[in-house]
Design a protein around this ligand. Structure first.
Ligand SMILES: Nc1nc2c(ncn2[C@@H]2O[C@H](COP(=O)(O)OP(=O)(O)OP(=O)(O)O)[C@@H](O)[C@H]2O)c(=O)[nH]1
Ligand SMILES: Nc1nc2c(ncn2[C@@H]2O[C@H](COP(=O)(O)OP(=O)(O)OP(=O)(O)O)[C@@H](O)[C@H]2O)c(=O)[nH]1
Ligand SMILES: [Mg+2]
Ligand SMILES: [Mg+2]
Lengths: 278, 293
């Protein structure tokens, strides 16, 4: 408590362990610790508070990306495609987004692009109804590309400003499923120049190092523009997002903090890092 | 692979013949890195590496002809030993139906696994299963369980979303028992281990239906927090085993090692896909080599 002794090996070990425990991963932990060691060597860290503040500042610098960390809904209509591994929170996030955008006066089309999983369209239908959004779906086992197409048609028909397209959860290791995702992406591009304007990858905050694999593979398949870090209301600190931003340059845009319709927040680096390094 | 990394570390050793203490320390660092990359909890890694260090000394691995191979063999054995002890099969009731309670974090695969488990028990153990739908929160959760239940040809007992899950559980178990089911699997809502109200609900469900098996459904991509999540679920409902899901991906699954090591509870099943036949009994040796990478 109080003083920080940069000569004490046990202290450095604890710092490293704290980063690993938060799922920051070895590579980004090394990058952070190297910079911290430089600051300590320069005599800039003398107290525990100095240390925590330095950790937050260094992590913030490492997480800075070229891309904006905000959702851009200036296109009319703006198409947002939600992708990610099974169970990470895509459908729920769309439900929250639809409600938030609707409350801000945007006409929203919610599209059930998951034509595979049991009761997927039914689950999204409930969310669409809650937010007053238009709902587009097809029969079970239908073509997700056709749903994407119909959703954009519906938006031009109704003048809706935003299309939120849900997709089926899929493991990034399944080549055929990733190919299907690329196909849906192409359908959107062909139908509306510039679409999808945002491709959001849902990453569960409890995910360990596999999150890097997920981000890498999804970005290679469909040019991910941002991460939705979900389930941050749990005890996991979501450190994998630090690694993803630092090593892949993909920004976190949204944070899921619960199962309710209002439990979605724009990403705030200060809040996030304050929780990570209190 | 770890063996290749170690061989690389020892590459300059042909002339020396024996490994030095530095070489062994280097090997232990590689092992630590491999396990952390595999999401094994850092505290579990620390004690595991200490165990391996002792064994390498006992085995005089520094004099071995093929040290990298020998080290990997030791690490593998210790991993299998850590994960292998513990009953893999379910506990079946001596009298009356066997009751199974599924629990876990949001999105881990409980609902899908509930149907898969019913299918496996019917096909492999000749059981007559039934399912009970106690997730009254997630939109269309009951719909989902009814759909997968129908897909595996197993009845689903539900009372919609306006009843208390504890009451539904009791009612469902009674209904299924009266209808002749000899295995009753109860699906529950995903919940955070730190959510007092929902953990209280889970405790109440357990108290009401007295399950023979409480299974923690854990996503194989879970990171460092797997330990504290498992500890909290264990403290609340003393689960009997773990079902590790989504192992058809490339997550190394170190969470499995962490949970077993810290709670002592065995991994009973692994889920390997979205299809309803993708559930198998757990094999510790396969998991060990997967974690090692
Ligand atoms: N605690 C918490 N739970 C969440 C959050 N976001 C989603 N969930 C829950 O996570 C579970 C899975 O959410 P879904 O929206 O169905 O996830 P998905 O990615 O669409 O799942 P698939 O379509 O099956 O791949 C549900 O129980 C949600 O309520 C969050 O921010 N916090
Ligand atoms: N690839 C793969 N997907 C799986 C596996 N098990 C479940 N899933 C998928 O993971 C997602 C979540 O599964 P659910 O059964 O809805 O999970 P849950 O735990 O019931 O979710 P909540 O009730 O919201 O907590 C679905 O898309 C499932 O199809 C598996 O072993 N492999
Ligand atoms: Mg979904
Ligand atoms: Mg469920």
């Amino acid at each position: 408590v109080g003083a920080f002794d940069p000569e004490d090996a046990a202290t450095w070990e604890r710092i490293e362990e704290g980063l690993i425990a938060a799922d920051v991963g070895v590579t980004s932990t090394v990058a952070i610790v190297e910079r911290l060691e430089a600051e300590a060597a320069a005599g800039r860290l003398t107290t525990a508070q100095d240390l925590a503040a330095a950790l937050r500042r260094i992590a913030a610098e490492l997480m800075r990306t070229e891309q904006s960390d905000r959702i851009d809904i200036t296109a009319n209509p703006t198409v947002v495609m939600m992708v990610g591994v099974n169970g990470t929170g895509k459908t729920t996030t769309i439900g929250k987004l639809a409600s938030r955008l609707g409350a801000h006066g945007h006409g929203v089309v919610v599209a059930a692009g998951d034509t595979f999983r049991a009761a997927a369209a039914e689950q999204l239908a409930v969310w669409a109804e809650r937010s007053g959004a238009e709902f587009v779906r097809t029969h079970d086992g239908g073509d997700p590309g056709a749903v994407a197409w119909d959703a954009i048609e519906k938006a031009s028909e109704t003048g809706a400003g935003v299309v939120l397209l849900d997709t089926a959860g899929r493991l990034h290791t399944k080549t055929n499923l990733m190919a299907e995702l690329e196909k849906v992406h192409r359908v959107l591009e062909r139908q509306l120049p510039g679409a999808p304007h945002e491709t959001l990858l849902s990453i569960d905050a409890t995910t360990g190092q596999n999150g890097m694999r997920q981000a890498k593979e999804f970005a290679a398949a469909v040019d991910v523009t941002g991460i939705v870090l979900t389930k941050l209301d749990g005890t996991s600190k979501g450190g994998i997002a630090v690694a993803i931003a630092h090593e892949l340059g993909i920004p976190i845009k949204l944070v899921g903090i619960g199962e309710g319709v209002d439990d979605l927040q724009p990403f705030d680096a200060d809040d996030f890092l304050q929780a990570l390094f209190p | 692979t770890l063996q290749e990394k170690l061989e690389g570390t020892f590459a300059g050793l042909r002339s020396k013949g024996k490994l030095t203490e530095d070489d062994i320390a280097g090997a232990l660092r590689e092992i630590r890195l491999a396990l952390l990359e595999a999401d094994v909890n850092f505290k579990v890694v620390k004690s595991f590496v200490a165990t391996v260090k002792d064994r390498l000394a006992d085995e005089k691995v520094h004099e071995a002809l093929q040290p990298a191979q020998q080290i990997v063999k030791v690490v593998n054995e210790e991993l299998v030993a850590l994960m292998g002890t513990g009953q893999s099969k379910l506990t079946f009731s001596q009298r009356g139906p066997t009751i199974v309670l599924m629990a876990g974090l949001q999105g881990s695969g409980k609902t899908t696994t509930t149907a898969k488990l019913a299918k496996l028990l019917r096909e492999q153990d000749g059981k007559t299963p039934a399912l009970v739908a106690c997730d009254v929160y997630r939109p269309a959760a009951i719909d989902q369980l009814k759909t997968v239940g129908a897909q595996v040809g197993v009845p689903v007992y539900e009372q919609g979303t306006d009843k208390d899950p504890v009451e539904i559980a009791k009612w469902g178990v009674q209904q299924a028992t009266d209808a002749g089911a000899d295995v009753i699997i109860v699906d529950t809502a995903g919940r955070l281990d730190i959510d007092e109200q929902l953990m209280g609900e889970l405790v109440a469900i357990k108290k009401a239906i007295k399950p023979h098996n409480v299974l923690l459904v854990l996503d194989s991509m879970t990171g460092q927090e797997a330990v504290s999540v498992a500890e909290r679920f264990d403290a609340a409902v003393a689960f009997d085993g773990v079902i590790l899901t989504k192992l058809d991906g490339d997550a190394r699954g170190g969470a499995a090692l962490s949970v077993k090591s810290v709670t002592g509870k065995p991994i009973k099943f692994v889920a390997l896909g979205e299809q309803l036949d993708a559930l198998e009994y757990f094999h510790p040796d396969r998991m060990a080599s997967r974690i090692l990478g």
